[in-house]
Design a protein around this ligand. Structure first.
Ligand code: ZN
Length: 183
């Protein structure tokens, strides 16, 4: 990732939360983030059958999480309803991040008869990173750890996967800063 991107991502996340009228410890739902950036969110089973999504998942697990279509200047985020709620939150936040970062979807891939648009690898990394910041900004993690919360508590309270909570705790250095153990 380019120099300065991580700090910029934290700032973008804080800015979005402030604009949404959220306090530092508030839970922010990925669907609300999507609305905030002006995107429409649709479940993929509104566009294709649930059976087809299930077949795709069997052929290539995790092949389709979410994607964004842009028609005119309207962004439409489509997510896979088969995924777990925590996973859905990060998938939608990932797509919101592409919108925030004004990434252009370029590549079209076809898997099991469904077309997917993807960004280049660098942009995918940026979107993943910003998604983590949007759902669990550093300030929120700092306050949570200070209250004695750890990854499982954070995952439950903020409706994210435990892996996401653990990843963010590790990469933000919050545990280290507060001299807390990860257990
Ligand atoms: Zn992406």
């Amino acid at each position: 990732m380019r120099r300065g991107f991580k700090a910029e991502a934290e700032r973008q996340a804080e800015k979005a939360r402030t604009e949404m009228g959220k306090r530092p410890s508030d839970h922010v739902d990925a669907l609300d983030l999507a609305t905030h950036v002006g995107a429409i969110v649709r479940r993929a089973d509104e566009l294709t059958s649930r059976e087809r999504l299930q077949t795709l998942e069997e052929i290539q697990p995790g092949a389709f999480s979410a994607c964004t279509f842009t028609i005119g200047d309207q962004h439409i985020i489509v997510y896979n309803p088969i995924s777990s709620p925590g996973r859905t939150q990060s998938d939608i936040a990932h797509e919101v991040s592409h919108v925030v970062l004004m990434h252009e979807m370029k590549t079209v891939e076809t898997i099991a008869g469904l077309a997917f648009f993807t960004c280049d690898a660098e942009e995918e990394q940026e979107a993943n990173w910003l998604a983590g910041c949007l759902l669990l900004p550093r300030r929120l993690l700092y306050l949570a750890v200070r209250r004695g919360m750890r990854a499982p508590d954070i995952a439950e309270q903020y409706n994210v996967s435990e892996q996401m909570a653990a990843f963010r705790l590790r990469t933000t250095g919050v545990l280290r800063q507060l001299g807390a153990s990860g257990e």
